[in-house]
Design a protein around this ligand. Structure first.
Ligand code: V47
Length: 365
């Protein structure tokens, strides 16, 4: 096998991976440019196995989008709407509580809740959302509000970010999801999401959350107009932030879905690029414990294959995914745990049901 990796031009990287050495920017670029996906995947699988063995994590979770009304209206997004749009929606706290109540019979341990940057909902609404969910389902872990929403909530609260996070934590917030990171490059943000907070601001909020005892995830929206160098700059910034605070749990590459967006002329990502992003992330983000293959975006079959290319997490049952489906995703809106377990076992890995913080709930052997 070593000869094969050397022939693929990745001999130096193999040596570093075996020695547990950190990869350089140039190494990352070489991996992205390498056309031999099996060689890249072999290396990523070495790291995946070293860090997580055969364990492949999944969770029983429920997605709730409290509103799609958004001031940012990013070009890659098919979800956000202006307030007066016919397709705009906004849930009351009672609506959200009902969504949670509807699924009380299912063993859901995490609520993943995000929305847009709403022009006029008050800070109290967000606190009430958290308190309301906890009232209905006290044990559930609420993973809610991206760093972009947190910046907005801090403005609404008229408080610094750390104090705002404290209020949210006291109301029931357990951790932050990884959305809103997009690509940190100022060039990409100017062209695709000019109104959104900067990449640096996103990173500062994630680090503030970590210091506050809140874990977060991180994402990268790939497959639109970003260059390979911009992807690596994004990964480098995440790796540096993680060196500082060690609060990121998982990295999730998000495959761009162009339908119904202002960038609908672009093509969907290819399977190779999907696998490449998982594998390069696993190799480059040496301080991230987990890499998620988000089946909603790349499909359950590709997510299953990704388990041999660096991924050790398949997210979860999800239930009612909206953001990607509005942008043309053809995947299901939910997967049963039986399907997840079968996909993982078929890939020769061990299905491990987890909670949000990666404590093991049950090994499905
Ligand atoms: O923030 C928006 C992205 C994110 C599109 O933390 C799009 O565990 C593809 O962040 N095509 C929301 N992506 C999803 C997200 C997420 C999902 C699953 C797990 C976790 C986690 C986080 O989706 C947005 C944005 O970055 N997005 N539009 C689109 N057309």
């Amino acid at each position: 096998m070593n000869n094969y990796i050397v022939q693929a031009g990745l001999g130096n990287i193999l040596e570093k991976v075996v020695a547990g050495e950190r990869l350089s920017f140039a190494d990352g670029l070489k991996l992205y440019q390498c056309k031999d996906i099996l060689a890249v995947g072999y290396l990523a699988n070495m790291v995946r196995t070293r860090l997580n063995g055969d364990n492949t994590y999944f969770i029983f979770n429920q997605h709730i989008n409290y509103s799609n009304i958004c001031l940012n209206l990013c070009k890659f997004c098919a979800f956000g709407r202006e307030k007066d749009s016919e397709l705009a929606f906004e849930m009351s706290v009672a609506d959200v509580k009902q969504k949670v109540r509807d699924r009380l019979a299912e063993p859901i341990s995490e609520i993943h809740m995000v929305g847009g940057i709403h022009p006029d909902l008050p800070f109290e609404y967000y606190l009430e959302l958290l308190r309301g969910i906890k009232e209905v389902r006290p044990e559930v872990h609420i993973q809610a509000f991206t760093c972009v929403e947190i910046a907005h909530l801090a403005e609404l609260a008229g408080k610094p970010v750390d104090e705002t996070l404290k209020f949210l934590q006291e109301a029931g917030l357990g951790s932050l999801p990884g959305g809103g990171a997009e690509v940190f490059s100022p060039r990409i943000r100017k062209l695709t999401c000019e109104k959104k907070i900067s990449g640096n601001a996103w990173l500062e909020i994630a680090k503030a959350a970590h210091r506050q005892g809140l874990n977060t995830n991180a994402t990268m929206l790939y497959g639109h107009i970003e260059t390979l160098e911009e992807r690596l700059e994004h990964l480098t910034a995440l790796r540096e932030a993680q060196d500082e605070t060690n609060g990121f749990l998982a990295f999730i590459p998000l495959a761009f879905h162009p339908k119904n967006t202002a960038m609908s002329e672009l093509a969907r990502t290819t399977g190779l690029d999907d696998l490449k992003n998982i594998a390069v992330a696993r190799l480059f983000l040496d301080n991230f414990p987990h890499i998620k293959a988000y089946w909603v975006m790349i499909g359950p079959q590709m997510a299953q294959i990704a388990l041999s290319f660096g991924a050790d997490d398949m997210d979860g049952t999800v239930k009612e995914e909206v953001i990607t489906h509005m942008a043309g995703a053809e995947t299901e809106q939910a997967l049963g745990s039986g399907t997840l377990v079968r996909l993982i076992k078929d890939a020769g890995r061990i299905p491990v049901q987890r909670d949000t913080l990666y404590n093991i709930v049950e090994v499905h052997n």
